[in-house]
Design a protein around this ligand. Sequence first.
Ligand code: GDP
Length: 440
Amino acid sequence: MFNNLSEKLDKALHVLKGHGSITEVNVAETLKEVRRALLDADVNFKIAKEFTNTVKEKALGQDVLTTLQPGQLMVKLVKDELTELMGGDAEGLNLSGNPSVILMSGLQGSGKTTFSGKLANYLKNKKTKKPLLVACDVYRPAAVDQLHVVGDQIKVDVYSDKGNTDPVAIAKAGIAHAKANGHNVVIIDTAGRLAIDEAMMKEISNIHAAIQPQETLFVVDAMTGQDAVNTAKAFNDVLNFDGVILTKLDGDTRGGAAISIKSVVNKPIKFIGTGEKMEAIDVFYPSRMADRILGMGDVISLVERAQEQFDEEEARKLQKKIAKNQFGFDDFLTQIQQIKKMGNMKDLMGMIPGAGKMMKDIDIDDDAFKGIEAIIHSMTPLERTNPSVINANRKKRIGKGSGTSVQEVNQLLKQFDQMSKMMKMMQGGKGKAMMQAMKN
Ligand code: GDP
C-alpha cells in the first residue's frame, strides 16, 4: 500500500536528519520534496500546496522544541497534517434506525457489491446485527446473481426481485422484507455505470429520496486517483452522502485519493477494502493510515485483525492441548487458516513498523503457506497427531504426495518441533523470562 509515496516521503524527511536545527532553508528543501512526493502520488495540486504551507508554518514556529531532532519533529508535523487531511478522528456508521438502512452508491466496478458483502459480514460478526442484502441493479442480472453468491458465502440473506425493473420499488420491498423477518440492518446494493451519467444520478437520487437511508456510502476504487476525487464530488453534489469507502487499497495505489478525498467533499472515509476476500475490510483510522504512509507500520490494526479471527473457545482448547503436549499438525493447519484470513502476507508485513520498507522488493507469494499445507494434507491422521512416528519411509511418501521433497518435509518437522517446544515454554512460567530475554 502506498509504497512509492512512503519511500519518497522517507527520502524527503531524511534530508533534515544530520542538521542541528530547523532553518528556513532546510525546511524549504524538505517541503519541496514532500510536495513532489504528494503530487507524484496524484494528490490534488492545491491540496499539496496547502499541506506543505501549513507544515512549514508549524515547523518554523516550533524552535522551542529543542529536545527533538529536527528530522523527528518534521516527521511528526507531516504525520499530524496527513492525519488532519484524511479526517482527524475515525467516524463510525449511523446505525440508529430499525432497521438501519445503508445505501451503496458508486460507479460500476468500484467494488460496491463486494463491499456490500464485506460490510454485511463485518456487521454480522458484531453479533447484535442481523443484516439483509438487497439487490437493486435492474440492468445486470449477473450483478444480482453475484450478490446472491456473496450472501451464500457469508450466510447472510439476500432480497432480490428479478424481472422487476423499478429499483425504488425493490428497495422499499427489501426494507419491508427486513422488517418482517427481523433484520435490523439493510444494505442496498445499487446499479452503477461505467461513467457518471444523468440517468444513473437520477435513479440513485430517487432511491435515496424514497427510502431516506441512515447512511449513504459512496464506494470508490482508490486506484483511480484524481478521477476518484472527481467522481466523489459528482456523487456528493447529488446525494450529499455520509461517507466514502475506498476499495482496492491492497493494489499498487498511489495514495492520492485517500489523501485528497476528505478535503474535497468534506466527508469522512469510513472503511477501506484491502482485497477480494470477504474479510478484507478495515475501519479507516486517519492517524493509523498516516503511520502506514510514513512507513511506521500499523501494529494496532494488525492486533485487531488477529483478535477478530481469534475465537476464545478455540484458544482455550488449544491451550489445553499445548499443556498436555497434544498440539498436532491439525491444530497447526487451523492456525495457518486463521492467519490467512487476516489478509495477504505482503499487506500484513506492511503493518509491522519498518518491515514494509525492508520487504518492498521481495515478492511474497499470496499463498505463502501452500507448501506447508500440502505437506500436512499428505500426512495420515496418526502422523498429524503423533509426528514422532514419521520415519524416513514416511517422509519419502509425504514428500511425494505433497509435490515437495524430503528436505522440505524435514524442515517443516524441525520447525514444528521448535514451535511446540517454545509454546510449551510460554505455557510454563518461563514465558515471562523469555520475553525479558528478548527485550534485553
Ligand atoms: P461493483 O460493480 O461496484 O459492484 O464492483 P464489484 O464488487 O463487482 O467489484 C469489481 C471487482 O473488483 C471484482 O473483481 C472484485 O473482486 C474487485 N474488488 C472489489 N473490492 C476489492 C478490493 O478491496 N481489493 C481488490 N484487490 N479487489 C477488489
